[in-house]
Design a protein around this ligand. Structure first.
Ligand code: GLA
Length: 370
C-alpha cells in the first residue's frame, strides 16, 4: 500500500503519510522514546515527526537514576523538566522510566566510601528518598512509571542486583509502595525484556502474582519487545500478552524495535551491559538496507501489530524505542558503530515500508469482516 497525496510526477516527494496517532485512536496510545535532541527541538525534524505521529512518550535516559540523581545530595531535573513539558505541550501521555533498575545506577547508591555494601536500611531509605523526590516532582503530570525494570534472569529467577542482594525480595513490594505513596494517581508498571520466552514469562507471571497478593497497585506489565526478524514468533507474542491479561493486568509494549542485523550475541538478551566486538560481517548494511530485508521488516511489523490489535482491549500503549533509525541504541549495542534499521523512519526521517506495514495492520484489524 502506498500513501500518495496525488498522481503528480513528484508524487514520491509529495507522499503524505497518515498519522499513526489517528490510525490507532481508540485502540491504544502509540509512542516513542525520546532523547533531549527531540524534546528540546534541536532535532526539529524528529520533534515534528513525534508531534505528528505519537500521543505518548517515554524518556530514553533522562529519568534513569544516574542522570537524574547523580550524587547523594544532587538531583538534576533540568532535562526531565523539558521532557515532561514537551509531552504536555503536545497533549501526550507522559511515561516515567525508570525508578529501580540495576543498570545506570551510580555506585554511591549501594556502596559506602570503601566499596562495601550499605545496609538494608540505608538502601531502603535511599530508594524511598529517590522515588518520593522524583515521582513527587511530577505528580499528576507523569501518568505512569516503570517502577521496577528487569528484575528477572532468563530462567525466570530473580536477578542478583544490589536491590535483591542488600534489601531482599521485598524490595519489589517496597518500590511499588513508595511510588504509590508519592503519586496515588500514577499507573505503576513492571517492565522487562524477552518475556516471550517461556521460562522468563513464567517467572514474570509468578512475580506479578506475588505483587498482587501483597496488595501492590500494579497496573500493567511492560513487554519491552526488543524483537528480531525471527524472534519471538507471533504465537509467542500472542500467548505472552494473553498470560498477563489473564492476571487482570493491562499490558504495555514499551520499547519496541526490530533488529535486522546479524546476532552478535547468543539469545535474546537486551541487557545493556552486553558488549561484543565488531567485525565487518556484523555490519552488512552500512551502505543501505537491501529491498528484501526492507520487505521482511515491513512484514514483521505488520505481523506484530496484527497481534497488538487483536489484544487492543488489554493493551494501553505501544512505544517504539527511538524515533528514526539514526537515533536507535541498536547502532551501538551490543556492537558499537553498526548501521541499524529497527524503526519505522529512516535516517532522513522518511517513513519506511515498515510504516506502511503498521498502518496496514491497524486498518485490517478494523475492517468489517466480509
Ligand atoms: C533497556 C532499558 C532501556 C534502554 C534499553 C536500551 O531495555 O529498559 O531504558 O536502556 O535497554 O537502550
Amino acid at each position: 500500500m502506498v500513501f500518495t497525496a496525488c498522481a503528480h510526477p513528484r508524487a514520491a516527494q509529495l507522499r503524505v503519510e497518515p498519522s499513526l496517532r489517528d490510525e490507532f485512536r481508540g485502540a491504544f496510545h502509540i509512542g516513542a522514546a525520546l532523547n533531549p535532541s527531540q524534546f528540546t527541538g534541536r532535532d526539529s525534524a524528529g520533534a515534528r515527526l513525534v508531534a505528528r505521529h505519537y500521543d505518548t512518550i517515554s524518556p530514553e535516559n533522562v529519568l534513569k537514576w544516574a542522570l537524574v540523581h547523580p550524587a547523594l545530595d544532587r538531583y538534576d531535573f533540568a532535562p526531565a523538566d523539558q521532557y515532561v513539558a514537551f509531552g504536555e505541550r503536545n497533549g501526550m501521555f507522559v511515561v516515567g522510566h525508570t525508578l529501580v533498575w540495576h543498570s545506570q545506577l551510580p555506585r554511591w547508591v549501594h556502596q559506602d566510601a570503601n566499596g562495601a555494601p550499605v545496609s538494608r536500611d540505608t538502601l531502603l531509605a535511599r530508594m524511598r528518598d529517590h522515588i518520593t523526590t522524583v515521582v513527587g516532582r511530577y505528580r499528576g503530570r507523569i501518568k505512569g512509571w516503570d517502577v521496577v525494570n528487569e528484575a528477572l534472569n532468563e530462567d525466570g529467577s530473580l536477578r542478583h542486583s544490589p536491590w535483591l542482594d542488600i534489601i531482599g525480595e521485598d524490595y519489589l513490594v517496597k518500590a511499588f509502595q513508595f511510588a504509590h505513596e508519592a503519586d496515588p494517581s500514577a499507573e505503576l508498571y513492571y517492565n522487562d525484556y524477552s518475556l516471550e520466552n517461556p521460562a522468563k514469562r513464567a517467572g514474570a507471571v509468578a512475580l506479578c502474582k506475588r505483587l498482587l497478593a501483597a496488595g501492590v497497585p500494579l497496573t500493567a506489565v511492560g513487554l519491552q519487545a526488543h524483537q528480531k526478524l525471527d524472534w519471538p514468533t507471533l504465537a509467542a507474542e500472542d500467548s505472552t500478552i494473553g498470560a498477563f491479561a489473564a492476571l487482570g493486568l493491562r499490558v504495555n509494549i514499551t520499547e519496541l524495535d526490530v533488529d535486522v542485523l546479524p546476532p552478535a550475541v547468543r539469545g535474546q538478551s537486551a541487557d545493556v551491559a552486553t558488549r561484543a566486538t565488531a567485525t565487518a560481517a556484523q555490519n552488512p548494511y552500512a551502505a543501505g538496507l537491501p529491498d528484501s530485508v526492507q520487505r521482511a521488516l515491513a512484514a514483521r511489523y505488520e505481523g506484530l501489530f496484527s497481534v497488538f490489535m487483536k489484544h487492543r482491549a488489554v493493551i494501553d500503549r505501544v512505544t517504539f524505542w527511538g524515533v528514526a533509525d539514526g537515533d536507535s541504541w541498536l547502532n551501538n549495542w551490543p556492537v558499537r558503530g553498526r548501521t541499524s534499521y529497527p524503526l519505522l523512519f529512516d535516517r532522513q526521517h522518511r517513513a519506511k515500508p515498515a510504516f506502511d506495514g503498521v498502518v496496514r495492520a491497524a486498518r485490517t484489524a478494523r475492517a468489517p469482516a466480509t
